[in-house]
Structure formats: C-alpha cells, structure tokens
Design a protein around this ligand. Structure first.
Ligand code: ZN
Ligand code: ZN
Ligand code: ZN
Length: 165
C-alpha cells in the first residue's frame, strides 16, 4: 500500500510487517519481469534469484549475505557474478543501494524514474522508500545555485520505527 501526501510525497506504510509479504514478493517479480521484457533486457535465472533474495525482506541485504545463501544452496557462485547481477538490477532501477549499510533493497516504485529516499530503522533494520518531489526539487534548485554537479542523491534517514520505539 502506498500513500501520496499534500507535498506530493509517495511512501509505503512503515514498518511493513503487517502486509502479505509473499504476495509482495510475487508482485515485485511479475513487475520486474514485465519491466525487463518491455526494455528488451534479459531477466536471467541468476538475476531473478538475486532479485528474489533482495526482496525476501524489507531489510537491506549485503552482497555477501546473498553469496552465502547461494553457497548454502550448493551453488558455486563467485562474488563478481553476484555483483554483476546486482549492477544489472541497479541499472534497471529494480533495486537501490543503501550506502550507509552497504546493502541493497528492492525498489517500491520501479515503473517511475526517481532517486531513492529512505527511512531506515536502526534497531530492526527495516527500510522503506519515499519519493518526495519536494526534496528532489530542492536538491536540483540548490545544486543549480551552487553550480554543483550532483552525482549521487540517495537520501538515507536513520531512526527508530514505530514498532521498535
Ligand atoms: Zn513485503
Ligand atoms: Zn525506488
Ligand atoms: Zn524497527
């Protein structure tokens, strides 16, 4: 479920523990497949499996945790293979990288181009995405005034979620 407020910010309920997560993963997979087909890029079995692992929870997951899972499943997978799959998913906007955690999370709004803005609970690790056009515009306008070339504009807001408080 997502909401849009008066400031034109779109956000998902947080934390998401109350929703039907298996449906959420199914929907994400269907959507990812459709997006890749629409762009004529290949959603290979490996890319799909990596995507499923990133979407397995709403807690950002590190590349080495993904690698671990592959190895526990008896798959001999080298780190570059996982990184290549993650890079593909990042390029297609299906996942985001959370720099402060060095981890990845599924994108809630893969159909629309946007920059990631996240609220992240420091206790349970759950994260959710916001798309605030107000924040985005503010960055663009400020950068223009400063004649500053923005290269990364992912915003990570750390705190404690309503469940953990
Ligand atoms: Zn979910
Ligand atoms: Zn996103
Ligand atoms: Zn929490």
């Amino acid at each position: 479920m997502s909401f849009t407020d008066a400031e034109n910010t779109t956000f998902e309920t947080f934390p998401k523990s109350t929703h039907d997560h298996s449906q959420c993963v199914k929907d994400a997979l269907v959507q990812a497949l459709a997006i890749c087909q629409g762009r004529g890029v290949r959603f290979t079995e490996l890319r799909k499996q990596v995507f499923e692992l990133v979407c397995a929870s709403h807690k950002p997951i590190g590349a080495y945790d993904i690698l671990d899972t592959f190895q526990k499943r008896g798959r001999k997978t080298a780190p570059p293979t996982i990184y290549r799959a993650l890079d593909f998913l990042l390029e297609q906007g299906l996942i985001h990288r959370i720099a402060s955690l060095n981890a990845y999370i599924g994108c809630d709004f893969p159909q629309e181009p946007h920059r990631g803005q996240f609220v992240i609970c420091k206790l349970c690790g759950e994260a959710t995405e916001l798309v605030s056009h107000t924040i985005d515009k503010c960055i663009t306008v400020t950068a223009e005034k400063l004649d500053f070339q923005v290269q990364s504009r992912v915003i990570e807001i750390l705190g404690i979620c309503s469940v953990c408080q």
